[in-house]
Design a protein around this ligand. Structure first.
Ligand SMILES: *[C@@H]1O[C@H](CO)[C@@H](O)[C@H](O)[C@H]1NC(C)=O
Ligand SMILES: *[C@@H]1O[C@H](CO)[C@@H](O)[C@H](O)[C@H]1NC(C)=O
Ligand SMILES: *[C@@H]1O[C@H](CO)[C@@H](O)[C@H](O)[C@H]1NC(C)=O
Length: 397
């Protein structure tokens, strides 16, 4: 409870510097719905304790790709996802790493994965991270997995090292710009990487991205997604979702002179924050406007998905729930899981299906409560779950 109060105070302190329609939710769940929680079912679970699935991406053909943070830096594919017996297959074990983090699609069926070395949970080793390409589109390799004309063995290649960065975590692709991604460095900045030219720019480093002090992990900006001209991000221990406008190339839109400077934050402020690293040397000093989208009374906001109507679907890892927040109506709900239940134990990333028959299914992955056991004791192997969100419309959120 003490930590929760601390997080609330700190989030409110951060909130003083931001502009926008701040939504401060006092209790998650203001939807009176008989349909909650939404139906969910398990698609796959590892047989081994100590497994932590970190992120998930959906292929256009309906397969899921998921990254493993622990115990090994591996990428898996889940096929026959909508059948009664989905099949998980190891695609690749990445060299010179201990764990994988985010994944994003940069071109049709071409993905980028981040990974590197860790001392321990959420304890990255500076400068060991790299971005890799996983391509199902240009593969000339012999097919080994579920072979069919449209399901080839992917190729793998390292794109670039990130020697000057600490903790590249969430990744997202800039719409319409092939090979341009935004990368959350969880120590407090947002990078823009163009993998065509291997150009890496730190495009924002604002206080709302910096880890909240007082927590055991250095974990600020974490999940990152683009929707309708804004980049959204979670600051995990602030339990807050923020956003800022970006241009079509993925650069933050500088604050215009006409807008009130009450809402602007400068990168100089970030330099005053508790965590400092080499990253600051290359910080772009453009002023940007950060808006608080929603603060929730939970301990942690992890990665998230955004549906077509702008609703946010946020995973809460140690809080073992998936929560929704409708940006238009302010309605929010715990749509799956419970603090004391194992169903969403350590749930930490989400993606919607991309085929006509599963676009209403929110696929989520878990760490099995590895870092924060359910009830303080229960840990299970990592798993992939499917949540049916069809009732969201019926419930009016
Ligand atoms: C700084 O950001 C602006 C937009 O916010 C962009 O146009 C410019 O290229 C960036 N400069 C560097 C050095 O990254
Ligand atoms: C969230 O999880 C943490 C860690 O398990 C716990 O201490 C806290 O009480 C939870 N908060 C809520 C609102 O469930
Ligand atoms: C946690 O404790 C609650 C309350 O005793 C119980 O209902 C629940 O089943 C427990 N969860 C697990 C995963 O053991």
């Amino acid at each position: 409870m003490y930590l929760f109060i601390l997080a609330t105070l700190l989030a409110q302190t951060l909130g003083l510097t931001v502009l926008g329609a701040v939504s401060d939710i006092n209790a998650v769940n203001n939807v009176a719905a008989s349909t909650l929680p939404f139906p969910s079912h398990q698609l796959f679970q590892f047989g081994q304790l100590g497994t932590w699935i970190e992120n998930v991406a959906a292929r256009s053909n309906g397969d899921l790709l998921f990254t493993l943070l622990q115990p090994t830096p591996q990428l898996y594919i889940l096929t026959a996802v909508q059948s009664d017996s989905p099949q998980a297959t190891l695609l690749y074990t990445f060299p010179d790493m201990t764990g994988l983090l985010g994944i994003t699609e940069i071109a049709p069926d071409v993905f980028v994965v981040a990974g590197g070395k860790f001392h321990g949970i959420a304890d990255p080793i500076f400068g060991t991270f790299s971005l890799w390409q996983v391509s199902f589109a240009d593969s000339h390799m012999p097919c080994k997995i579920n072979c069919s004309p449209d399901n080839k063995q992917p190729s793998f290649k390292k794109l670039l090292d990130l020697p000057d960065h600490v903790y590249p975590n969430g990744l997202t692709s800039v719409p319409g710009k092939l090979g341009v991604i935004l990368v959350a460095d969880s120590t407090g900045s947002l990078l823009r990487v163009d993998v065509n030219s291997n150009q890496v720019d730190t495009v924002a480093a604002v206080p709302e991205m910096v880890p909240v002090p007082g927590w055991p992990f250095l974990m600020g900006i974490n999940g990152v997604k683009i929707y309708d001209g804004y980049v959204y991000w979670t600051n995990s221990f602030a339990a807050t979702m923020y956003r800022m406008a970006i241009d079509e190339d993925g650069f933050p839109v500088p604050t215009s002179d006409s807008s009130s400077d009450a809402g602007t934050t400068t990168n100089a402020a970030a330099a005053a924050a508790t965590f400092t690293s080499k990253v600051e040397a290359s910080i772009n000093s453009t002023k940007v406007t950060v808006e608080t989208v929603v603060f929730m009374p939970i301990t942690f906001m992890d990665d998230f998905a955004i549906s077509d109507d702008g609703t946010l679907w946020i995973t809460t890892n140690p809080n073992n729930t998936v929560v929704s927040y409708n940006q238009d109506t302010g309605k929010n709900a715990v749509v799956a899981g419970d603090q004391t239940q194992e169903v969403m134990a350590g749930v930490n990333a989400a993606v919607f299906g991309r085929t006509a028959t599963d676009s209403h299914i929110l696929y989520v992955v878990t760490a099995g409560g590895l870092n924060s056991p359910v009830n303080g004791t229960f840990v299970e192997p990592a798993k992939v779950m499917a949540i049916d969100t069809s009732n969201a419309a019926a419930d009016g959120f």
